[in-house]
Design a protein around this ligand. Structure first.
Ligand code: GLN
Length: 380
């Protein structure tokens, strides 16, 4: 990953604007926004203080996060475990700044979200990169064990995985836990897609694994749970001593997070299961529509459990397996922006896969499929 001037997401959104393309690149919904959350934020702006809230987040949000994870993932948490942050990315940054010292080795797993590597490097950490094995994107436990050396301090995981949507199993996390315990490692797990699982696969957090409960940090995001990516409200969840160390970094990153949005997120997390089920069903329908449309047009889509994305296997779809070049052509010639999966690699990238975001209205997805199908005809 050559440190780009802008992220691949900005780059592709910029091209989408320039060429008037349908933007299935950067992950954000273009759908009606949840009125319950908007109303809660409006009421909070008028009804609560707009001055600095408590540095670690308003107690109501921290408790709501703890209850939400108790209810949805069976985790036994309290407000002491939670640090509210300005988005999941800030939670990742505060966590890595708290955990990584110069020359510490940190294991990253490719494909990886673009923020992990620069954040590790900014604090002088040394990334050791291993890769999930396509097309199932399974975690290579042997490679993970082999990557652990005397300087290794931690592992960054991501489940469900952005870009490919696969999830870590309890058995995999137990194996990670055994390694982490044997080598005294922390595990930072980006779980911002945890509420966006569409095939019934159980989301398992490292915090649910006994060997990891005191050494894992879970990162979550209200922007993802409530489909409002601009809100930038997230949190880090960890054992109280770890949470306090993360808060000590958060206080010099953003210090606090807009209080009205914290109140709204707290209210949102207390919505009934039926609200979350309905949202999930709507998104599952959109995902199925894009997948089936593409399959009917001859594209091969890889299975994935969660996130807002699907993965197209280029070679199996009869397309050149050069994802970056293809993404540049697609946005210009077909009028569809996508994200090349190779952008999620620090080294030795896979170049045969393209990520498409499905959180758009049905008519938009149908038009994107029609455009992609027409483009594909030239490859005969
Ligand atoms: N998380 C978003 C995605 O994966 C991108 C966020 C960003 O643009 N930095 O598409």
């Amino acid at each position: 990953m050559k440190a780009p001037a802008t992220t691949i997401f900005e780059h592709m959104s910029g091209l989408a604007r320039e060429f008037g393309a349908i933007n299935l690149g950067q992950g954000f919904p273009e759908l009606p926004e949840p009125p319950e959350l908007i109303a809660a934020a409006q009421a909070a702006l008028a009804g609560h203080s707009n001055q600095y809230p408590p540095m670690r987040g308003i107690p109501e949000l921290r408790s709501a996060v703890a209850h939400y994870y108790g209810r949805t993932q069976g985790l036994n948490l309290s407000a002491d475990n939670v640090v509210a942050t300005s988005g999941g990315t800030e939670a990742l940054a505060a966590s890595l700044f708290a955990l990584v010292a110069p020359d510490d080795e940190v294991i990253l797993v490719q494909p990886l979200y673009d923020a992990y590597l620069p954040l590790v490097q900014w604090v002088g950490g040394v990334a050791k990169v291993i890769s999930l094995t396509p097309p199932e994107w399974t975690l290579p436990l042997d490679a993970l064990a082999a990557a652990i050396g005397p300087k290794t301090r931690g592992i960054v995981l991501n489940t469900p995985n952005n870009p490919v949507g696969t999830m870590l199993t309890r058995a995999e996390l137990e194996a990670v836990g055994a390694l982490a315990q044997a080598h005294d490692l922390w595990v930072l797990c980006d779980e911002v897609w945890e509420a966006m699982v569409f095939d019934g696969t159980e989301h398992v957090s490292p915090l649910a694994i006994p060997t990891l409960a005191s050494r894992a940090i879970k990162v979550g995001s209200a922007g993802k749970i409530f489909s409002m990516t601009g809100w930038k409200v997230g949190w880090a969840v960890a054992a109280p001593d770890l949470a306090a160390r993360i808060a000590a970094r958060h206080q010099f990153l953003t210090f606090t997070t807009p209080p009205a949005l914290q109140w709204a997120a707290a209210e949102g997390l207390a919505l009934p299961d039926s609200w979350f089920d309905a949202q999930r069903a709507r998104y599952a329908g959109l995902k199925a529509r894009l997948v089936h449309g593409l399959e009917a047009a001859g594209f091969k889509v890889l299975p994935g459990s969660g996130t807002w994305f699907i993965t197209v296997d280029l070679a199996a779809s009869g397309l050149p397996a050069d994802d970056a070049a293809l993404a540049e052509r697609l946005v210009r010639e077909a009028g569809v922006a996508s994200i090349p999966v190779s952008a999620f690699y620090a080294e030795a990238p896979e170049t045969g896969y393209l990520r498409l975001c499905f959180t758009k209205e049905e008519v938009v997805l149908d038009e994107a499929v029609a455009r992609l199908a027409r483009f594909r005809e030239q490859f005969g």
